[in-house]
Design a protein around this ligand. Sequence first.
Ligand SMILES: NC(=O)C1=CN([C@@H]2O[C@H](COP(=O)(O)OP(=O)(O)OC[C@H]3O[C@@H](n4cnc5c(N)ncnc54)[C@H](O)[C@@H]3O)[C@@H](O)[C@H]2O)C=CC1
Ligand SMILES: O=C([O-])CC(=O)C(=O)O
Length: 313
Amino acid sequence: MKVTVIGAGNVGATCADVLAYREIANEVVLLDIKEGIAEGKALDIWQKAPITLYDTRTIGVTNDYNRTANSDVVVITSGMPRKPGMSRDDLIEVNAKIVNSVTENVIKHSPNAILIVVSNPLDVMTYAAHVTSKFPRTRVIGMAGILDTARYRAFLADALNCSPKDIQALLMGGHGDTMVPLPRYTTVAGIPVTELLDKETIDAIVQRTIHGGGELVKLMGTSAWYAPGAAAAQMVEAIARDQRRIFPCCVKLEGEYGIDNCYLGVPVILGKNGVEKIIEVSLNEEEKKLLEVSRQKVSEVMAAYDRIVGVKQ
Ligand SMILES: NC(=O)C1=CN([C@@H]2O[C@H](COP(=O)(O)OP(=O)(O)OC[C@H]3O[C@@H](n4cnc5c(N)ncnc54)[C@H](O)[C@@H]3O)[C@@H](O)[C@H]2O)C=CC1
Ligand SMILES: O=C([O-])CC(=O)C(=O)O
């Protein structure tokens, strides 16, 4: 299994490190546009191998797509992160150009790859990579839901003073202020979370989850990387090992949930072909309304992307 990670910044380097030390791929190519940075980080990860014991080769390159040839999976993290006071959507103009040019280069060298998009605004950058690559929708997948549910599960573990390992949760919609955590589909060792926490506590955790990315941007002056990098690596693992794990991922909807032509987070089975299946769970009226608000928001940003790159509507 060969995996390329585009962007050797905070998220990309973390993802490459997880892919290496967990031996998810035999070869990880890290590519960045900044001279030397990918080479340096790949070498540093390789020099950790004798200490933490793995044999995944990590190779860094400066914009040399030949070295990425025939990758099975390509993770796209290239792009600007936001700063305090910005929304993810504020990144659209600069990141659309980066994601489009990167995708064009990636597909020339790896026409059969599965693309995992991480750059923000996530749902619309997944759209950008999909229209640019013209790959089937099953092979262009956005990473956000694993991260957002991880935040939700971590906050629940704090409130319950229990292990996050025992918390299972579902969250849908766009990766922004309209995401839809679903307490009705959240369990703790099989027990509905609503049996263990009162509504006020759950509501507060849902709100903290929705603004979880912003909380970290405010603390650090840039956005998060440990959990995002690990989340992208977990998607690669499900594909590389054909695990058929069920994760919320961003994918183009073509009628599922009554939604057409919009890129949103929904539960999917991830396996060797990418999205093996989109799972449709039943939503109550309130949940449907929240998902519709999310759809509208993402569709607006998709339209902004179309205007920026001159796509005919
Ligand atoms: N989907 C999600 O849940 C998350 C998304 N993100 C997004 O991921 C992106 C990366 O975040 P960080 O790693 O923190 O940023 P960073 O600034 O640390 O790294 C970005 C890297 O991309 C590189 N880059 C820029 N243009 C490039 C090009 N044309 N080709 C190759 N490399 C290029 C830069 O040189 C830089 O090293 C941001 O857009 C951020 O908003 C971050 C966290 C979570
Ligand atoms: O908040 C950001 O800008 C980065 C991101 O998507 C996240 O950490 O959820």
